[in-house]
Design a protein around this ligand. Structure first.
Ligand code: GLU
Length: 466
């Protein structure tokens, strides 16, 4: 096989979503696995709907995911002359013909066909008219009739399409612009693409594209149509299922390695393995292990995979990643990086996203915590005040290490006849504002004596004035 070359050809008419990201990932992995190259190409011939903003955001999303391209980005809008040149070749070789049917006429026939239960394709009115180019005329492919085209799909096997299903489709519109089929074939051909890996919603386009390769007497690339992604309810994945654009996942505190890991498993598997490093993905990825059935998007699993990668990230690195989220929440970033890292260490096992981690760090960072009203009502009660007073006394003496702190709490429990939990919960609320937090002794150790004493005094104040 010649050197593998794959491509990702998004239309810049929207942001990069999970389905597109998975297609890009599969193409990228396949190229990397075979030491081939990966091309980025923007299919921006639809000038009405294409936007620079989407070009930028798609590039940014691919870069964030680490899917760097080796060639491009190409823009179809800059290659129009090339498409016209190929169109002309097809016309000259007799594989394409001009059609002068007025659009209204075609529309009328289409409606008629639909109404009488026939297929709405072009009826071949101009096929034998031998028309040359001219205003208002489109160029159509002369699809061989009768005939059958077989797509030898690398995932699905052979799929036959009878030409009665394929009309003489348009290659050049009357304004001289190419249709998707012409542009995509000319690009894949001239760019030397060896493998086209794309969603199976494109499967029905493939026989048309194969016919174009045949008409151009050019060998087609291999095709692999990946089953689509469904939402948990079995319908095609959409926003409704909580699926967001790649950059929105970044905003919500997902890690690129987690999203990549989740996406690679969406339709591809390697035994029961769920967690893949980038190197492992590259080493193991192949087309033969792509599932034939549609994959289902599961936001909970994505969260779990993200939580895994969060825990697997060394804390100093994670601290760096969490900074933008602290800023986003308006939290002060401590100057002492060690303090931040120690605090992060304690929330790391519980946080599933960077945003959650930042939120969990709140009580470590703010000068004055807010009490969760329900927690305060339940735990910061007058009967606990004497215990907190005792604690204040003892805490000004004890060493702020986990063990002595624990000993102190146990001693106090014995002394007062209260269960340890009865003492720990009010203290937790006093220190964090909440009833759920990392381990009490570790947060005390990290907050340090001064903050702990101040917060306990404030809790006592709160109890007195409630
Ligand atoms: N621009 C097309 C799309 O975004 C590309 C299809 C293809 O891979 O050929 O769906």
């Amino acid at each position: 096989m010649s050197a593998v070359k794959t491509r990702f050809p998004p239309s810049p008419t929207g942001h990069l979503h999970l389905g597109g990201a998975r297609t890009a990932l599969f193409n990228w992995l396949f190229a990397r696995h075979h030491q081939g190259s990966f091309v980025l190409r923007f299919e921006d011939t639809d000038r009405e709907r294409s936007r620079q903003e989407y070009v930028d955001s798609i590039r940014e999303a691919l870069e964030w995911l680490g899917l760097e391209w080796d060639e491009g980005p190409y823009f179809q809008s800059e290659r129009l002359d090339l498409y016209r040149e190929y169109a002309h070749k097809l016309y000259q070789s007799g594989h394409a013909y001009y059609c002068e049917c007025p659009p209204e006429e075609l529309e009328r026939k289409r409606k008629e066909a639909l109404a009488s239960g026939r297929k709405p394709g072009y009826d071949g009115t101009c096929r034998e008219k031998d028309l040359g180019p001219g205003p208002g005329r489109v160029l159509r492919l002369r699809v061989p009739r009768p005939g059958v085209t077989v797509v030898e799909d690398l995932i699905r096997g052979a799929v036959s399409f009878d030409h009665s299903e394929i009309d003489d489709f348009i290659l050049l519109r009357s304004d001289g612009s190419p249709t998707y089929h012409l542009a995509v074939v000319v690009d894949d051909l001239t760019m030397g693409i060896t493998h086209v890996i794309r969603g199976d919603d494109h499967l029905s386009n493939t026989p048309k594209q194969l016919l174009l390769y045949r008409a151009l007497e050019a060998p087609p690339p291999f095709f692999a149509h990946v089953p689509m992604i469904l939402g948990p309810d079995g319908a095609r994945l959409s926003k409704r299922h909580g699926a967001r654009s790649v950059l929105e996942y970044r905003e919500e505190g997902y890690l690129p390695q987690a999203l990549r890991n989740y996406l690679v498993r969406l339709g591809w598997s390697w035994g029961d393995q769920e967690i893949f490093t980038l190197e492992e993905m590259i080493e193991k990825f192949d087309l033969s292990r792509i599932n034939k059935a549609a994959a289902r998007f599961d936001p909970e699993k994505l969260l779990a995979v993200n939580a895994y990668w969060l825990r697997a990230t060394p804390t100093p690195e994670l601290a760096e990643e969490v900074l933008p989220f602290l800023r986003k929440l308006g939290l002060p970033v401590p100057e002492d990086r060690r303090y931040l890292e120690e605090a992060l260490e304690t929330v790391k096992p519980r946080a599933r996203t960077l945003l959650e981690a930042a939120e969990m760090l709140r009580f470590y960072l703010v000068e004055e915590i807010d009490y969760d009203p329900e927690a305060a009502r339940k735990f910061l009660t007058p009967d606990i005040a004497p215990v907190l007073e005792r604690l204040l006394e003892e805490l000004s003496r004890v060493k702020f290490k986990d063990e002595p702190l624990e000993r102190l709490f146990r001693g106090l429990a014995e002394e007062t006849g209260l269960k340890l939990k009865k003492i720990a919960q009010p203290v937790r609320v006093a220190l964090t504002g909440k009833t759920v937090s990392p381990g009490l002794f570790e947060i005390m150790r990290i907050l340090g004596r001064e903050r702990v004493l101040r917060r306990l005094r404030r809790a006592l104040e709160f109890i007195r004035t409630r």
